[in-house]
Design a protein. Structure first.
Length: 388
């Protein structure tokens, strides 16, 4: 960018693609660079006041441009591509940093993301952060490695038990190196050459998956209400945390703890569950296995109302599948293939494509109702409703 264009930007004032800084304050400039890189690009102009007066910076221009170059290379989580320039004014030099839109992993400053919103560089909301990840292809799927994790976060015995359940001899010698075995089976991936646990690895074989930042909400929240909506009194709350299989088992156990309903058949009393156990299990398995783990800050939610049970999973139905097709079990598709396979091996899930048809069959036999499935694109959730 030439000085004439920079001058015209200064005259137009700060905006979505232009930021003024009176001096080179590293953290403040780094935040502006980060925001432009994560949004649509822009220009940071140094030596200009907030009201657009080009005062200049009196420091040695060559030395200051070296500092800018160093900042671009080291101040953010990864180097940022930018062009820098300068122009003499009465008080020294006006310098500018023309930042291109980043094409790789979203940039951070001291671990914090920034985006451009109108005239400000701000931290994104949950929805903006999700859009940021999706825009740059940095989507948290089961194959994505989790920063800061490693082999130490995995339970080796849980992994061996999974192998044994598939008929693989874990005692026969020679055994493969543990890290190589994890890498070959998608339990670990590599980040800058270092082995890191994947989302799949942590949620199926992790020691405490929810202690790692991206998975803090990867668990099932359980709530029972007195009436037919959330405005009524809360009767009971619960949490189903841990690995994927533990979440399913604990959530089903919590629901069983709610008790039964007494009905009569002739002169005999009959205790009936609120909903069929098999239908509940399949519904929760689907929510845990097929949820979109890229939707940060949202938990799988199981809610019991006086007339129904709702199981809500973050995300949308994968690959443009319709609600009707999902309920029919047609063309089974999974967002998290390895996790779905894990739950089948653990004997918690039906074979591929049979889960929701099983729910339909169980509900028809139980009370003659059909389960309802809703995929909300705007709200980013899928909800399965079973009538009590």
């Amino acid at each position: 960018m030439e000085w004439a264009e920079v001058e015209s930007r200064v005259a137009a004032g700060e905006g979505e693609h232009t930021e003024f800084k009176r001096d080179l304050v590293p953290d403040a400039v780094a935040r502006a660079i980060c925001a432009f890189a994560n949004t649509d690009g822009g220009i940071v102009v140094l030596g200009v006041t907030d009201d657009g007066q080009a005062k200049g910076i009196a420091d040695d221009p060559d030395e200051l441009q070296e500092r800018i170059t160093t900042l671009l290379q080291t101040a953010l989580s990864a180097p940022v591509h930018a062009r820098i320039g300068r122009h003499p004014v009465s008080g020294g030099y006006v310098h500018w940093i023309e930042v291109a839109r980043n094409r790789g992993e979203p940039r951070r400053v001291h671990g914090r993301f920034f985006v451009r919103r109108a005239r400000s560089s701000v931290e994104p909301s949950g929805a903006e952060l999700q859009d940021l990840f999706n825009t740059f292809g940095f989507v948290l799927t089961e194959e994505q490695v989790v920063p800061g994790s490693g082999p130490r976060d995995l339970d080796a015995e849980a992994f061996r038990e999974f192998l044994r359940a598939q008929g693989i001899d874990t005692d026969d010698q020679p055994q493969p190196d543990a890290v190589d075995d994890y890498l070959n089976r998608g339990v670990l991936g590599r980040e800058f050459g270092e082995p890191r646990a994947t989302v799949y690895g942590l949620l199926c074989f992790g020691r405490q998956p929810q202690t790692l930042q991206p998975l803090r909400n990867a668990w099932v929240e359980l709530v029972a209400y007195a009436g037919t909506d959330r405005s009524t009194a809360t009767l009971l709350r619960g949490e189903a945390k841990g690995r994927a299989d533990e979440q399913v088992e604990r959530a089903v156990g919590w629901l069983q703890g709610l008790g039964t309903r007494e009905t009569s058949e002739g002169i005999h009393r009959v205790d009936r569950p609120l909903v069929p156990l098999r239908a509940v299990r399949e519904g929760i398995v689907n929510a845990v296995a097929h949820r979109d783990y890229a939707v940060l800050g949202s938990r799988t939610l199981v809610e019991v109302f006086s007339d129904r049970l709702d199981i809500t999973s973050p995300g949308e139905l994968p690959n443009h599948m319709t609600e009707a097709a999902a309920l029919a079990g047609a063309h089974p598709r999974s967002r998290n293939e390895a996790m779905a396979h894990f739950l089948v091996v653990r004997r918690l899930a039906e074979q591929r494509g049979r889960g929701l048809p099983t729910v339909r069959r169980e509900m028809r036999a139980f009370n003659g109702t059909e389960p309802a499935l809703r995929s909300d694109r705007d709200g980013r959730y899928v909800r399965l409703t079973l009538r009590l």
